[in-house]
Design a protein around this ligand. Structure first.
Ligand code: G6P
Length: 611
């Protein structure tokens, strides 16, 4: 979603802000802007519709010079993505603000402020914050006080960075419902919605808590106040993923780089969490054992790709651990009357840990009598991690491509660790546990073998580039993998794709099957294979073209209209992880052939921090 960068330094900040925006562009990217305070205390602003490159062109022509500045990449919520609606927004020539999130009471505030003579020039909800802050500044003559007073009247979600020309030494920021971190430099300080934006200047961060307000002063002094206005000491944390994430390392796209990183990041997610025969339950935190013992049911809540990981986990948790499990998308869950059986553990899955609906679901769940909450997440220090009782971090490293790949497969690995931990406590067969543990150890190598099929999958992708629709089929735990395959294809190639449990084919989607509708199926060597084969016959009989990703041991021959790509044989329990890879590669190559923006597909954002 939108991105924020701010800097207070003893050097020119334009370069720092621009680099920060480029690094944030993956979050949301329909317009961008920057304000820098000049030496003669004027707010100089440049804004541009489109990508950060458009802003850069303007800055090349007319650079902004100064030691204090704020900048923003926008993903439109209120108002079209044009220059007028791009951030920073100003109140007159004195105050500038950048904002992530949505101000829900902006209409009422706007009416009030217009009544007081403030003139609005954009269609955004953010502009009310600029005028509100200007009004409060006129009263207190202090930007921190103005921000503390103003945020008390805001409903909704926000991360804010603000500057005023009358206080040329400070930037202030606040967060509620949207992430904001303070970057700690040497005699300089920064603000950003994501640490990645600042890794070129620091690896030390303070993760602001909900309701925090921060003041960053020239010379690098940082003061943080909680929602009650009390000065707080927040820990400084070192960002441990290194800065490699910001570069494509010679790959054409971040998505391809991230697909190829899967052997390493899966190995990292397993590291220190397995013995030869089982999973170390302490991986989930010291209180995990007690909580897991009490857990007689599980509710899993997530969005997007993470939701698909949850759907796979349901098959695993019920089959191997015998724990009744429900999975639901967060945006539905949070608004319904949920019945929570006694002894239910609440589990959230999120790459970013900042997805607004997932976070809201966690907060909603807190009042519903769960025995506790577990977050499986990829971003240390994120809101979800901080607010959950237990956490298991996936070690995917920063994921830049909007279409999630390595975050998904590491989530699946983490969910298998959860399954085995719970299974062990419920008397799961020891041999089966040990077998899956051994399979997990060989998984990174097997994924490497699937990556070696890349050129074959690329060749296959040519058949899809001209198609308008595609149907994905799977059974059992591979139904969610089919869903994930369809999601990847639509996200980055804009081909309409649907997924069905193969057994449902004859209840409707079969009507769509003809030679123009490629049908992609995942056929691991599992107990449902024979049933799946019958479903594939149903497609062939209607002239549908079949593309089957199948276990090398499966007897399934290529024929006219049937392409079979063989995958190495893998333990049935882990097949959903392995079969994700060819579907990721297929979507990637189709998108490249279609010439779409693979890493930043239209209308989508990496981290959806608004409802
Ligand atoms: C957005 C992203 C998806 C992601 C979903 C959930 O829609 O584009 O790739 O799966 O959010 O994000 P989370 O960070 O909660 O996993």
């Amino acid at each position: 979603m939108c991105g924020i960068v701010g800097a207070v330094a003893e050097r020119n900040v334009q370069g720092i802000l621009l680099e920060g925006l480029k690094r944030l562009e993956y979050r949301g990217y329909d317009s961008a802007g920057m304000v820098v305070l000049s030496e003669d205390a004027r707010l100089n602003r440049q804004r541009a519709a489109g990508k950060v490159a458009a802003l850069q062109d303007k800055l090349d022509a007319a650079p902004l010079v100064g030691q204090l500045g704020i900048a923003h990449t926008r993903w439109a919520t209120h108002g079209r993505p044009n220059e007028q609606n791009a951030h920073p927004h100003q109140s007159g020539e004195s105050l500038a603000v950048v904002h992530n999130g949505i101000i829900e009471n902006h209409e009422a505030l706007k009416a009030e402020l217009e009544g007081q003579g403030y003139v609005f020039t954009s269609d955004t909800d953010t502009e009310v914050v600029a005028h509100l802050l200007a009004r409060e500044f006129n009263r207190s003559q202090d930007l921190l006080t103005a921000l503390q007073t103003a945020v008390a009247t805001l409903d909704g979600a926000y991360a804010l960075a603000v500057m005023h020309k009358a206080q040329p030494d400070i930037i202030v920021g606040a967060r509620k419902g949207s992430p904001l971190v303070v970057g700690v430099g040497v005699e300089e300080a920064f603000l950003a919605s994501d640490p990645l934006a600042l890794l070129q200047v620091t690896d030390r961060f303070i993760y602001l808590h909900e309701g925090d307000v921060a003041r960053l002063t020239k010379g690098g002094t940082i003061a943080i106040y909680d929602a009650a206005g009390e000065l707080q000491e927040r820990p400084v944390q070192v960002f441990e993923h290194g800065d490699g994430a910001a570069s494509k390392d010679g790959y054409r796209h971040f998505m391809l780089k991230e697909i190829y990183e899967q052997p390493q990041v899966i190995a990292a997610t397993l590291e220190g969490r397995l013995t030869d025969r089982h999973v170390l339950v302490k991986s989930f935190g010291i209180e995990a054992e007690a909580l897991f013992k009490q857990a007689s049911q599980i509710h899993i809540i997530a969005c997007g790709t993470s939701y698909h990981a949850g759907m796979v986990a349901r098959y695993w948790l019920e089959k191997y651990a015998g724990v009744p499990t429900q999975v639901e998308v967060a945006s539905e869950y949070r608004y319904r009357q949920v019945v929570v059986p006694e002894g239910t553990l609440f589990v959230t899955l999120s790459q970013s840990g900042e997805t607004a609906d997932t976070l809201a679901a966690l907060r909603f769940a807190r009042e519903r009598g769960y025995i506790g909450s577990l977050a499986i997440c990829n971003v240390p220090g994120s809101s979800l991690v901080r607010e959950s009782d237990l956490t298991l971090m996936t070690q995917a490293g920063p994921e830049i491509g909007v279409a999630s790949t390595k975050a998904f497969t590491t989530q699946l690995v983490a969910l298998m660790l959860l399954t085995l931990s719970l299974g062990r406590m419920r008397g799961m067969d020891e041999t089966c546990q040990a077998r899956i543990v051994q399979a997990l150890r060989t998984l990174p190598g097997m994924i490497g073998q699937v990556l070696a099929l890349d050129s074959e999958i690329e060749a296959l992708s040519m058949a899809f580039a001209e198609k308008h629709h595609a149907l994905f089929l799977g059974r059992g735990a591979h139904f969610p993998i089919a869903l994930e395959g369809a999601l990847k294809l639509k996200e980055i190639s804009y081909i309409h794709a649907e997924a069905y449990p193969a057994g449902e084919l004859k209840h409707g989607p079969l009507a769509l099957v003809d030679s123009e509708m490629p049908v992609i199926s995942v056929a691991p060597n599992d107990e449902l294979l024979e049933k799946l084969k019958s479903n594939l016959q149903e497609v062939r009989a209607r002239g549908g073209e079949l593309y089957v990703f199948a276990d090398e041991q499966v007897r399934l021959e290529e024929a006219e209209g049937v392409r079979v790509l063989r995958l190495p044989h893998i333990d049935e329990a882990l097949a959903p992880i392995l079969y994700t890879l060819p579907l990721q590669l297929l979507s990637y190559h189709v998108a490249v052939l279609k010439g779409t923006d693979v890493d930043q597909p239209r209308n989508l954002a990496k981290s959806v921090t608004v409802e």
